[in-house]
Design a protein around this ligand. Structure first.
Ligand SMILES: [Zn+2]
Ligand SMILES: [Zn+2]
Length: 233
C-alpha cells in the first residue's frame, strides 16, 4: 500500500468524499467547467487554423512532433510533480495525489455527479497559465522561423490539452454510459485504472492520454492483485 495514502474502508472513503464535496465552491458547475474547456479549446483551434496561411508540409509536421513531445512531458510531470511535492508546483501534488487519487480509488472510478468534475478536470485557470508560461516559444518561432509555426504551436497546445482532458474525462465516466462502453475507451480506462490502485500509483501508467511513453519507457503496469474486483473490460 502507498506510504502516502492509506487504504480506506468504504465507509471511510464515503466520509472523505463528502468532506471533499463540501469544499467545492457553492457556485461551481461541473457542466459549465466542462463546456468552458471544450469551448475555449475548440474556438482557439479554429482561430489558429484561420490564422495559418498556406502552410508548407514541414510546418504541418510540427503538430505530430509536438504531440510526441507533449506525451513525454505528460509522462514526466505525472510521474514527478503530480505525485511528489515539488517546489513551486505543490498545487499539482495537492490536486492530483491528495485529491484526485483519494476521491477515485481503482474500484470506484466513475464520477456520480457533474460537480465531482471539480476533482477530475484541471481548474479553468490551467489553460491560460499553460499558454502564458509557454508564450516565449511561439514568439521565438514567429520571429525566427515563421508566423505559421507560432500559430501551429498554439494549435498543438490546445489540441493536446483537449485530448488530455477528454481522455481523463472518459476514464472517469460511468462504464455503462454510451462512451464508457466503447472498446477503445475500455482499454484506455483499464490502463488508467491500474494507475489508480493506491499501491501502484507511483510505479507506472503515467500517461493519461495515449500511453506512448509508458510503453517506450517500460512503465506499463501489468495486471495487478485484486484487479478482478474492478476490471471487467
Ligand atoms: Zn484519474
Ligand atoms: Zn496519478
Amino acid at each position: 500500500m502507498s506510504e502516502v495514502l492509506p487504504d480506506r474502508t468504504a465507509a471511510h472513503r464515503e466520509m472523505k468524499r463528502q468532506e471533499m464535496m463540501a469544499k467545492v465552491p457553492v457556485r461551481y458547475s461541473g457542466r459549465a467547467h466542462w463546456a468552458f474547456i471544450n469551448l475555449t479549446t475548440v474556438l482557439g483551434i479554429g482561430l489558429c487554423l484561420v490564422m495559418v496561411e498556406r502552410p508548407v508540409w514541414w510546418e504541418w509536421l510540427f503538430v505530430p512532433g509536438f504531440f510526441v513531445f507533449a506525451n513525454a512531458f505528460e509522462w514526466w510531470i505525472h510521474r514527478g510533480p503530480m505525485h511528489h511535492p515539488t517546489r513551486g508546483l505543490k498545487i499539482l501534488y495537492e490536486r492530483h495525489t491528495l485529491q484526485h487519487h483519494v476521491f477515485y480509488p481503482a474500484d470506484d472510478m466513475a464520477f456520480r455527479d457533474p460537480r465531482e468534475l471539480f476533482y477530475v478536470l484541471f481548474p479553468p485557470f490551467a489553460l491560460p497559465v499553460l499558454l502564458l508560461v509557454n508564450l516565449p516559444i511561439p514568439l521565438l518561432l514567429g520571429t525566427f522561423v515563421s508566423a505559421n509555426l507560432a500559430w501551429l504551436f498554439f494549435l498543438s497546445v490546445l489540441a493536446y490539452y483537449f485530448v488530455y482532458e477528454w481522455f481523463h474525462y472518459v476514464h472517469h465516466l460511468r462504464r455503462d454510459s454510451w462512451l464508457g462502453r466503447r472498446a477503445l475507451v475500455g482499454w484506455l480506462r483499464t490502463h488508467h485504472t491500474r494507475h489508480h490502485v493506491l499501491a501502484s500509483m507511483e510505479k507506472g501508467n503515467f500517461n493519461v492520454s495515449f500511453p506512448l511513453f509508458d510503453w517506450l519507457l517500460g512503465t506499463m503496469l501489468p495486471e495487478g492483485e485484486g484487479e478482478s474486483a474492478w476490471q471487467t473490460d
